[in-house]
Ligand binder design. Structure first.
Ligand code: FES
Length: 138
């Protein structure tokens, strides 16, 4: 089996799909090579991510990793969300095939992109906090 049960579960039954209309931060990230695009919406209250939703136009692994990423950051502080690495997403899904690791990077960067937008909307320069948002190159 190429994909773990957890990946199949999050692909067939993704959590937190959709948009948040009055989101405090919206991020979008794409991968030029595969053409996949991920959009991430966050609701933030007192530095806590109270809600997270996503829309992913992409492969099954991109859907599964964005679903898992939203689950991992919901209810967490911004600091914790900034520490979310793509490896943590992959581990939470019980692994991904090597050729699909870049899909998890998309999920990690989508979260960071939404947080970056959140700070920008507050009039705070996001770069020192969030860093540059990088499009995965693989
Ligand atoms: Fe592009 Fe998965 S193949 S994100």
């Amino acid at each position: 089996m190429l994909y773990s049960d957890k990946v199949m579960d999050h692909f067939s039954n993704p959590r937190n799909v959709g948009e948040i209309e009055d989101a405090d931060g919206v991020g979008e990230i794409g991968n030029a090579k595969c053409g996949d695009i991920m959009k991430m919406y966050l609701k933030i209250d007192n530095n806590i991510i109270t809600d997270a939703k996503f829309k992913t136009f992409g492969c099954g692994a991109a859907v599964a990793t964005s679903s898992m990423a939203t689950e991992l950051i919901k209810g967490k502080s911004i600091d914790d969300a900034l520490k979310l690495t793509n490896q943590a997403v992959v581990e939470a899904l019980d692994g991904l095939p090597a050729v699909k690791i870049h899909c998890s990077v998309l999920a990690e960067q989508a979260v960071r992109s939404a947080l970056s937008d959140y700070y920008t909307k507050q009039g705070i320069d996001p770069i020192p906090i969030v860093g540059e948002i990088k499009e995965p190159e693989e």
